[in-house]
Design a protein around this ligand. Structure first.
Ligand SMILES: [Zn+2]
Length: 313
């Protein structure tokens, strides 16, 4: 009898998307309340710094600061989040004030641009995505959802405690399904791509939407695809996932089997929605489509979903 795991791909598809390289040992279940102070007691501790949505870098490939450097930039180290440890070295994240004056050589870049640029290691990009998601969660969850009192950060940012009712609140991730639907008919296989109004000119991508309470991933794929395109979906196959810190999502990438062909587009969600042949999809991925149509770049899970079908890659 064949061994079960022999039938599965040798490499996880999720390893190939942007923000997926995080190797930090979080130890989020084994933390003392004073874990941040203890972390800064280690002279090798490293801090990722954000000013608003921008990541600070000392050099194109170096986004890590020692505590003294972070403090000199005005970072509030008392409010730092402890992401975890890398080879035993504490890895933290903190904000510098919006009005902080930065040295002329310092780079301040948003995370999407950083991921596309390719100068940072995948480990650093993954850690920055963890930091950004966690910061975004804290910024939106300062009050107890149980009683409304202001809550207090503990465990280096991995819990917020309510001093009034005693409730403990843990950082959350919002799951989003993102899918490429495939139709098999007389014209051969074709993939469904859509365009939102705010996309760059010529950009087409996978359909996507937030999961709703009480849904399986497969049900969410079927519901979202039907709502946005009018296409009925049969089978759904999971492909890969991607941490997406805008503000704190997990993209769950799937391929879906179309049971119908006629598109009835939701005007509010999409400006256009079309079927694309494999040849067209290959041209879109390669940037050689005669009409200048494009797909999200290779760090995006939408790109990987499309290339897995069009290029078997
Ligand atoms: Zn409370």
């Amino acid at each position: 009898m064949a061994r079960f795991f022999d039938s599965l791909p040798p490499t996880e598809s999720s390893r190939r998307v942007g923000f997926a390289g995080n190797r930090i040992d979080r130890q989020s279940e084994h933390r003392d309340p004073d874990v941040v102070a203890a972390a800064f007691g280690n002279p090798h501790a490293r801090v990722y710094l954000f000013r608003g949505d921008k990541v600070l870098r000392k050099a194109p490939a170096d986004p890590q600061f020692v505590a003294g450097e972070a403090a000199a930039l005005g970072a509030s180290l008392g409010d730092a989040l402890l992401l975890g440890w890398s080879a035993g070295v504490p890895q933290l994240a903190a904000l510098v004030p919006e009005q902080a004056t930065l040295p002329a050589t310092m780079l301040a870049t948003d995370l999407r641009t950083l991921a596309s640029e390719g100068a940072l290691s995948s480990e650093n990009l993954g850690a920055l995505a963890q930091a950004r998601s966690l910061m975004n969660w804290h910024a939106r969850h300062r009050f107890c959802p149980n009683c409304g009192a202001a809550t207090v950060v503990t465990l280096g940012g991995y819990r917020r405690d309510c001093p009034l009712c005693g409730a403990e609140h843990f950082p959350r991730t919002d799951p989003v399904v993102i899918m490429i639907t495939i139709h098999d008919g007389p014209l051969g296989e074709r993939a469904l791509l859509g365009r939102q109004r705010q996309f760059m000119p010529g950009m087409y991508s996978a359909l996507a939407g937030f999961m709703e309470p009480g849904e399986t991933i497969e049900d969410a794929v079927r519901r979202e695809t039907l709502e946005e395109s009018g296409i009925t979906i049969g089978r759904v196959a999971y492909h890969a996932s991607q941490p997406w810190p805008f503000p704190m999502s997990l993209m769950i990438g799937c391929h879906a089997e179309a049971l119908s062909e006629e598109i009835r587009r939701d005007d509010a969600e999409l400006e256009d929605c079309r079927w694309f042949s494999r040849d067209e999809a290959r041209a879109i991925l390669a940037g050689t489509h005669p009409d200048g149509l494009r797909a999200p770049n290779s760090i995006a899970i939408a790109h990987r979903l499309l290339s897995a079908w069009a290029l078997a890659d």
